[in-house]
Ligand binder design. Sequence first.
Ligand SMILES: [Zn+2]
Length: 195
Amino acid sequence: MKVEFSNKAKLPTRFGNFIIQGVREETQNGVFEHLVIFSNELLETPLVRVHSECLTGDVFGSLKCDCGGELALAMEQIAQSKQGGMLIYLRQEGRGIGLFNKVNAYALQDQGYDTIEANRALGLADDARNYDVVGEIFKHFGIKKIQLLTNNPHKIKWIEKYVDLERSSIIIESNCHNAHYLQVKKDKMGHLLEE
Ligand SMILES: [Zn+2]
């Protein structure tokens, strides 16, 4: 794996002012371009959100999942964080299965499959994501300890390999479309949605 960082630039957003930097990751599976969006000042133990790309939720306001709401809430909390913070936006669509497969999985969900069953019916992994680049990003920024915004215990396991972390939960209200999805995440993927 080879990781390269672009120059930094200012990124004013509706949540506040950030700095943006591109991260290019070269692996055996191809080249991936991720983003890091962070506060002007990063103090000790910054608030960090590692968000995996979800085009339908992040951009198109899909209510099939909670990604768009989580992303907006994370940016808001990072912008307001006194210790500063960072959003690591990983371009690994559909928990790593890609956009095309994700839409095929959605088609199966329309027939009554849940998110896990649909991926299995397509012969895809439940969660094909890899977080190695996250370790390189922390190293690059000299970050040794973070407060991680997540409800996902698997993500905690992966990310604590690279950095000391405390968990900070992120709560999204369910709606009529994503209530079932959130329940599956809780029951089958061990997500911590109660706190
Ligand atoms: Zn999503």
